[in-house]
Design a protein around this ligand. Structure first.
Ligand SMILES: [Zn+2]
Length: 405
């Protein structure tokens, strides 16, 4: 595995500036392209799994976090409040309270449940500067988050559905979990009281893990303050573990926000909140993808998907025309012109680009392309459209295989 910080700089993916501040990286065009493709992918699989997306602001009144319990249990990780016209606003430490309010903004019927609300949204953590580095420990986080508001009898299916979504995303992204951790409360005042909801929530998580056939290790002291959780752990280049994805069962916040739905019996009932994240924070997910793939991202995530290499200046107009056709078909293509070096040098520069197409005099005359893949495979010259069709199909299918047989 690689270190994402050095590779991130080498590949022009992201960087930092002391004037912006530690733990506040910015994304360069290549990194922004990977991030955008990843975010689109997540929204797409969520839509197909019945989630609805919302947007909510990154600020909220301090009172909101007093109600949610964050102020009492999580204040040390939050930024100090900002005074605005006599009111105190807080940079949010999580998205849950906003989503609880969106749920509460309309009267809800049991027919709407499970109501799956998703957002890729900003949240903030006042990490100490000593622990900040690259994309893994940051102070501004873009979280892939969702809250499923459901009836108690729907929780088990929703937890299993979330675990299934995580498994499918990992397969598409080429990520292997280090282990699944059942994170339980430990000693101390960090956790919301009331033992009975904790017991029920833990039981539901264990049951979902076992029915999904997933091996796990229980670990006290790692729960959220409002409930136990399943954490999907990944390991970095140095073998350090961190949490990427999570599924949590929460009886606490529905109580705090007095959430209700009208049941089939016409009476009011309390929903349960299942918090889940498929890829965790976008920052940590991209850091991990950089390390796992060494910058050779799956074709559909690659910043440049196809490099066009004219052999001499004479083939440059034809190469530009091919790149234009690729762009029109949605492929991210770039021409590596002869002024960048010999053909061999340009092939090496494009070593992380999934598709490299070479145009010499004979290919230009015949309207063909000679194809090389990133993995070293080469194919005889074939018509431009056939090559583009094949690359477009592999990218659209988010196929791990670049050149399906
Ligand atoms: Zn949440």
């Amino acid at each position: 595995m690689y270190d994402h910080r050095s590779l991130g700089r080498e590949l022009d993916l992201f960087d930092t500036d002391p004037l912006i501040g530690a733990g506040l990286p910015y994304w360069l065009p290549a990194g922004a392209t990977v991030r955008h493709a990843l975010e689109e992918y997540v929204r797409d699989i969520e839509r197909r799994a019945g989630y609805q997306h919302v947007y909510s602001p990154v600020l909220g009144k301090r009172e909101l976090y007093e109600i949610s319990g964050h102020w009492a249990h999580y204040r040390d990780d939050m930024y100090p409040p900002i005074d605005v016209g006599g009111e105190q606003a807080v940079l949010r430490p999580s998205l849950c309270p906003h989503h609880a309010l969106i749920y509460r903004s309309r009267s809800r019927s049991y027919r709407e449940l499970p109501l799956r609300m998703a957002e890729l949204g900003g949240m903030y953590r006042s990490e100490l500067s000593g622990v900040l580095g690259g994309l893994t420990r940051v102070r501004a986080i873009q979280l892939n988050d969702a809250h499923v508001f459901c009836a108690p009898e729907q929780v088990a299916d929703e937890v299993r559905g979330a675990l299934d979504l995580i498994g499918r995303a990992y397969a598409a992204l080429g990520i292997t979990p280090a282990r699944y951790r059942l994170s339980l409360p430990g000693a101390g005042q960090k956790y919301a009281a009331a033992p009975e909801p904790w017991r029920r929530a833990t039981e539901l998580l264990v049951d979902a893990l076992e029915r999904s056939g997933i091996a796990y290790e229980a670990e006290p002291g790692e729960a959220a303050f409002y409930g136990p959780k399943i954490d999907v752990q990944i390991a970095d280049a140095a073998g350090r573990e961190s949490t990427l994805s999570t599924v949590q069962v929460d009886f606490h916040q529905p109580e705090r926000f007095d959430l209700r739905y009208v049941g089939a019996d016409g009476a009011k009932h309390r929903p349960v909140m299942v918090h889940r994240s498929v890829i965790g924070s976008v920052e940590r997910a991209v850091a991990h993808l950089i390390e796992v793939h060494g910058g050779a991202f799956p074709g559909w995530l690659a910043p440049v998907q196809l490099a066009v290499l004219p052999v001499t200046d004479a083939e440059v107009p034809r190469a530009r025309e091919v790149a234009r056709q690729c762009l029109e078909r949605g492929l991210r293509a770039e021409v590596a012109e002869p002024d960048r070096g010999t053909l061999g040098a340009r092939v090496r520069q494009a070593r992380l680009v999934p598709y490299q197409v070479v145009i010499g005099a004979s290919e230009a005359a015949a309207g063909q392309l000679a194809v090389r893949l990133r993995d070293g495979r080469r194919f005889a010259a074939q018509p431009v459209d056939a090559v583009i069709d094949r690359a477009v199909a592999a990218v659209a299918a988010r196929d791990a295989e670049l050149w399906a047989a």
